[in-house]
Design a protein around this ligand. Structure first.
Ligand SMILES: Nc1ncnc2c1ncn2[C@@H]1O[C@H](COP(=O)(O)OP(=O)(O)OP(=O)(O)O)[C@@H](O)[C@H]1O
Length: 598
């Protein structure tokens, strides 16, 4: 039984995979991939703490010490802590030692050149202790086959995967009697938008979307990790750069979703380093910085201002960024916590603890060239986590102060630049405007060359956020089209499918929630940061009126009309929809226009 099936069974969540013809190719790649997980179980890793593993641990420690006390590297103090299993772990507090280099500009950021399989696994830059040649040879054989499996796996991982995560209604939304207007079935979701006709009767317009995965409000952060990042972890050992980023309106759950992912990924990376790639000399480095107001700040070095440069090979270098070489999960946890605490947050009209910056946490796998430890190690692969600042509408910012509005304008400017890049990639344009913003310069890696990208679009289920939600989903849909190759005709079709699969249902007899009410309550004046502080705070979703309505059911997502996206279909009662809503491909452009008034 594959993991998906197990998960569905365990949680009762909806994830039964059904792929429409349109999406089978890319999605099934991921499906195949995630169903065959070669990462050894966590227990295997823990075993290294005792028995036969001890030799490895002490050897690893020696190797690490050798590195740390290399004359080229400033000496560090460190403390031995006991880990959960009672075994000693080097635990380097970020404050206890100076970081392991890194002026990225000062050395080659190019990926380590391709190493032939025999080279890779025969060479031993770090020869550990008293292992016999035979033992090493047999270990290398195991590593070879596991690594070969990872190689095969990496080629099956789609270049871009788009996942949508719906959060639960929060207390405030429930108190305002806002409804859950998002219906999820398998990998599709339907947004039920309440609208008014010219004669002021209400109707519901349905918008249907299909993505690589749709995660509903019951899905845990662990499951989000399994669906999104876990499949790309092994491939960063295969000379690949991978990026996971969260996109969505402020307060939609981006930080909540992104925060746990790097630590979970580090755990898997270390497990691979200590198991599949044991004795191969791979090293793990962590860096964490933010883009705030178009400037870069090092979150692991007292918010030191950083400088971004492009070298002759168009490689982006972040001058002065400090990286920490890490070898245990606890240290990574401390670093991540330190970085998160240093991040710029603020209160907006929409979220009390809003991230006002784009935060970028990078896990880099490095390896010394041909085992030459005297040279600085070179990047083999990189996994970047980007928690984008929330997108906002001008309408949401009326009660924000000037600083917050300027921040918002800057955020939207960079998100627009990102959209421009995506559009250019989508159209297969020769020139991709990566230089449009600092954000896109950093993200350049994610979209070119041998790269993999996972976009997690976070949405709120509430009726008051409907417009935001549709904007986010259309944006995600655009990104999704990139994963289908550069067949623009096909892309147009798939986009049209998502945009046109909407219909209208008269709700005048059922829905008493007026347009004016909705406009007034479009977004809470302020968001209580503790609204989700404990599981008890989750609110039992109110059964939405469209779910109670018989007429609505007859137009459900399983309707034949939805199954076959036939653009000749003439929907009954389709009113003239405001162009802003229908043709919102340029939502971010519209956002910027709103901001011109500043
Ligand atoms: N899936 C979820 N389950 C439970 N609580 C959630 C979920 N998603 C978000 N929340 C809660 O919603 C609130 C807002 O989430 P979060 O801060 O992650 O939003 P955000 O999109 O990062 O906002 P901003 O862009 O303003 O930083 C937080 O209190 C968070 O705990």
């Amino acid at each position: 039984m594959n993991r998906q099936a197990q998960r569905s069974g365990a949680t009762g969540v909806h994830h039964n995979r059904q792929y429409s013809e349109h999406y089978l190719d890319a999605s099934s790649k991921w499906f195949n991939d995630s169903s065959s997980n070669h990462i050894p179980p966590l227990q295997d890793y823990n075993l290294y703490g005792g028995g036969g593993g001890r030799m490895y641990r002490s050897n690893a420690q020696r190797s690490f010490n050798e590195y740390c006390f290399d004359p080229a590297t400033p000496p560090r103090s460190y403390a031995i802590k006991k880990n959960a299993n009672g075994y000693g772990d080097e635990d380097y507090s970020p404050r206890d030692f100076s970081p392991g280099l890194l002026d990225l500009h000062s050395f080659d950021t190019e990926l380590l050149p391709q190493i032939t399989s025999s080279n890779l696994y025969d060479s031993e830059p770090y020869i550990f202790g008293k292992q016999t040649v035979r033992a090493r040879a047999s270990e290398n054989n195991v590593s070879n086959s596991l690594a070969a499996a990872d190689n095969a796996k990496s080629s099956n991982v789609a270049k871009i995967k788009v996942v949508v995560r719906k959060r639960p209604l929060n207390k405030k939304e429930v108190a305002k009697q806002e409804e859950d207007i998002i219906d999820t079935v398998s990998d599709s979701l339907t947004v039920h938008e309440t609208k008014l006709k010219v004669d002021l009767t209400q109707y519901v317009e349905k918008h249907e979307f299909v993505f690589d995965a749709v995660l509903n409000e019951e899905v845990t952060n662990d499951e989000v990790y399994c669906e999104t990042v876990e499949p790309i972890v092994p491939i960063i050992f295969q000379r690949t750069k991978a990026t996971c980023f969260a996109y969505g309106q402020t307060g939609s759950g981006k930080t909540y979703t992104m925060k746990p992912l790097p630590l979970k990924a580090s755990r898997d990376i270390l497990r691979l380093m200590h198991h599949t790639y044991r004795n191969q000399g791979f090293q793990l480095f962590v860096s964490f910085f933010e883009i705030y107001g178009g400037k870069l700040f090092d979150l692991l070095n007292g918010r030191k201002k950083l400088c971004m440069r492009e070298d002759g090979k168009q490689q982006v270098c972040i001058v002065g960024l400090q990286e920490y070489r890490v070898s245990d999960v606890e240290t990574i946890k401390e670093l991540i916590e330190q970085g998160n605490a240093t991040r710029s947050t603020g209160t907006t009209g929409a979220n009390e603890e809003s991230s006002r910056s784009h935060a970028i946490l990078q896990l880099a796998i490095k390896r010394s060239v041909e085992g030459n430890v005297s040279k600085p190690p070179r990047v083999v692969g990189k996994l970047s986590f980007i928690d984008l600042a929330g997108s906002e509408r001008g309408a949401d910012t009326t009660d924000n102060d000037k600083q917050t509005r300027i921040e918002g304008a800057e955020i939207n400017k960079s998100l627009l630049a990102l959209k421009e890049c995506i559009r250019a990639l989508d159209n297969d344009q020769g020139h991709i405007p990566f230089r449009g913003s600092k954000l896109t310069e950093v993200l350049r890696d994610s979209f070119v060359g041998n790269s993999r990208t996972v976009m997690i679009s976070c949405i709120s289920p509430s009726s008051g956020s409907c417009e935001h939600t549709l904007n986010t989903l259309r944006y995600a849909d655009r990104v999704k089209s990139l994963s289908k190759g550069n067949n623009s005709k096909k892309d147009v079709l798939s986009s049209n499918f998502n945009l046109k699969e909407s219909t209208t249902i008269s709700l005048s007899s059922v829905n008493t929630y007026t347009y004016e009410d909705r406009a007034a309550d479009a977004w809470p004046e302020e968001n209580d940061g503790d609204e989700f502080s404990s599981p008890e705070d989750y609110c039992e979703p109110v059964k939405p009126s469209w779910k109670k309505n018989e007429k609505v059911e007859q137009y459900s997502a399983t309707d034949e009309k939805f199954k076959k996206p036939n653009h000749q279909i003439k929907w009954k009662d389709i009113p003239k929809v405001e162009p802003k809503t229908v043709h919102s491909d340029d939502d971010l452009t519209a956002l910027l226009q709103v901001r011109v008034g500043y």
